[in-house]
Design a protein around this ligand. Structure first.
Ligand code: NAD
Length: 483
């Protein structure tokens, strides 16, 4: 890629119309290592023009099979370029190499999954009796706008752009301010594989400037938004202006984990899960298990095991071998997480691990030690609000009913889990958790083949799974008088 990284509009790489360039900071060193051009409202309009024109251009001649094969080709290219892209990703985001590589593989799998569905969409006929023919066409929505956050930029890019393209739409993508280089680098692979001009446009820049332009334009026929609840509300208000369909809104989460194993001998799994909740993506995950409701007889043994696991976590820059937990994405977010740690202490939670900068990382980089608060309760802000960092809370409970009531007592409803070897308990808890996604004895099953999304203020719609692609289509009914 060229540095500065440019906007991709109508098949051409270009600077933003006002020439703004923004330094890109490596969160492990706090040093700028690249520059990215930011778009203006004028550029957003150019991208929408291009996306609209592309709907009736070459793209409209591509069969579903060709669109599917194209997405497979991009997936193969992602894999061929994975080593190079992973370094850029770690440099920009701070993720340790295995996590950057894992997300690139996820991106490739989204492309393949939805590429495979491209030629499986169909309409239907409806029998209205003699003398009439009624059929239903399944058509693409048209121009779709995709607004992404910074935490899983490639996953989230591919999980919406892949079904949108598979179904024949065109896309205008706005990556997050914090992370756009990897999205632009992936876009180049779409270009190299021959995507027609205007089908995919990517404009980095300020959300508050570009967001309203993209979401209030009447040419837009579908909006996909992933980000915070606060911004999600603004996007819904913008969409209301033209009654633009919102394909999906994936907002925040505050996932609960219920620890109800038989006895202390079965605590390795949940303690590993708790450590993973801090290490994976430095806790910057919407599905992070951040509230641990632990049956009282297991409570102190669980705390001991978690502390043991936390001691074993290696924190540092991606350049150090064996690192499991990288820095947070930005100074702003680092300050935010550190502030929550202060709030937790003020609220009277018992700090049993971490609580500030980790030892041995020096004074540069947005590193936060894996932090565990025990003796928490549901009134505390650290239990109620999304911290989005390597911080978890532990709460003792006396019964499963109490744990369920506390788990459901939250504005979010994205995902939650239970640890138990009792199959009856597992199924009954899965039925009672008020979330879109439940896991039992682990938290691996996200994305691709399964529907993922939330209830309550965690959002609407589902990404992944065979039905997700249908949201990128609209139905048109045709009736013919045969008499
Ligand atoms: P954010 O809401 O600050 O930003 C998300 C995107 O919205 C960015 O691209 C931003 O530039 C843009 N934006 C800002 N103002 C806008 C406006 N007025 N109109 C349109 N777009 C605008 O969120 P973030 O801090 O980047 O991401 C973190 C949040 O995302 C967390 O709450 C997290 O839980 C959530 N998230 C959810 C999922 C999920 O699948 N449920 C996945 C990842 C992240």
């Amino acid at each position: 890629m060229n540095n500065p990284y440019q906007l991709f509009i109508d098949g051409v790489w270009r600077d933003g119309s006002d020439g703004t360039r923004v330094p890109v900071i490596n969160p492990a060193t706090e040093e700028a290592f690249a520059e990215v051009c930011w778009g203006t409202p004028e550029d957003a309009n150019l991208a929408l023009d291009a996306a609209e024109r592309a709907l009736s251009g070459e793209w409209s001649t591509w069969s579903p099979t060709r669109r599917g094969r194209f997405l497979f080709a991009v997936a193969a290219s992602v894999r061929r370029n994975a080593a190079k892209l992973a370094v850029l990703f770690s440099q920009e985001h701070g993720k340790p190499p295995h996590q950057a590589a894992g997300e690139l593989e996820d991106a490739a799998r989204y492309l393949e999954y939805f590429g495979g569905l491209a030629d499986k969409l169909s309409g239907l006929t409806i029998d209205l009796g003699r003398g009439q023919l009624d059929y239903v066409l399944r058509e693409p929505l048209g121009v779709t706008v995709h607004i992404a956050p910074w935490n899983y930029p490639l996953d989230i890019f591919c999980r919406s752009v892949a079904p949108a393209l598979a179904a024949g739409n065109t896309c205008v993508v706005k990556p997050a301010e914090e992370i756009s280089l990897v999205t632009l680098a992936l876009t180049r692979l779409f270009q190299e594989e021959g995507i027609p001009a205007g089908v995919l446009n990517v404009i980095p820049g300020s959300g508050s400037v570009l967001g309203p332009v993209l979401t209030e334009d009447p040419r837009v026929r579908g909006i996909v938004f992933t980000g915070s609840v606060v911004t999600g509300r603004k996007v819904l208000q913008s969409a209301a202006r033209n009654i633009t369909p919102v394909v999906s809104m994936e907002l925040g989460g505050k996932a609960a984990s219920l620890v109800f194993v038989k006895d202390a001998s079965e605590l390795d799994g949940p303690a590993g899960g708790a450590a993973g909740a801090m290490a994976w993506n430095a806790g910057q995950s919407c599905g992070q298990r951040s509230r641990w409701y632990v049956r009282r007889d297991l409570y102190e043994p669980f705390i001991e095991k978690v502390i043991e696991r936390v001691r074993g976590l290696r924190v540092g820059p991606f350049t150090e071998p064996g690192v499991q937990l990288g820095p947070l994405v930005s100074k702003k977010h680092y300050d935010n997480v550190m502030n929550y740690i202060r709030i937790g202490i003020e609220e009277g939670a018992r700090l049993i691990a971490g609580g500030g900068r980790p030892e041995g990382v020096g004074d540069k980089g947005y590193f936060v030690a894996p932090t565990v608060f025990a003796d928490c309760n549901n009134r505390m802000r650290i239990v109620r609000e999304e911290i989005f960092g390597p911080v978890i809370t532990i709460i003792p409970v006396d019964s499963l009913d109490e744990a369920l009531a506390l788990a459901n007592d939250n504005m979010f409803g994205l995902s939650s889990e239970i640890w138990t070897s009792d199959i009856t308990i597992a199924h009954s808890v899965a039925a009672k958790l008020d979330v879109g996604h439940v896991t039992i004895n682990g938290s691996a099953a996200f994305g691709f083949e399964v529907p993922f999304g939330g209830v309550k203020q965690s959002g609407l719609g589902r990404e992944g799974g065979p039905e997700a692609i249908l949201a990128y289509t609209r139905l048109k009914n045709v009736w013919i008088n045969l008499k």
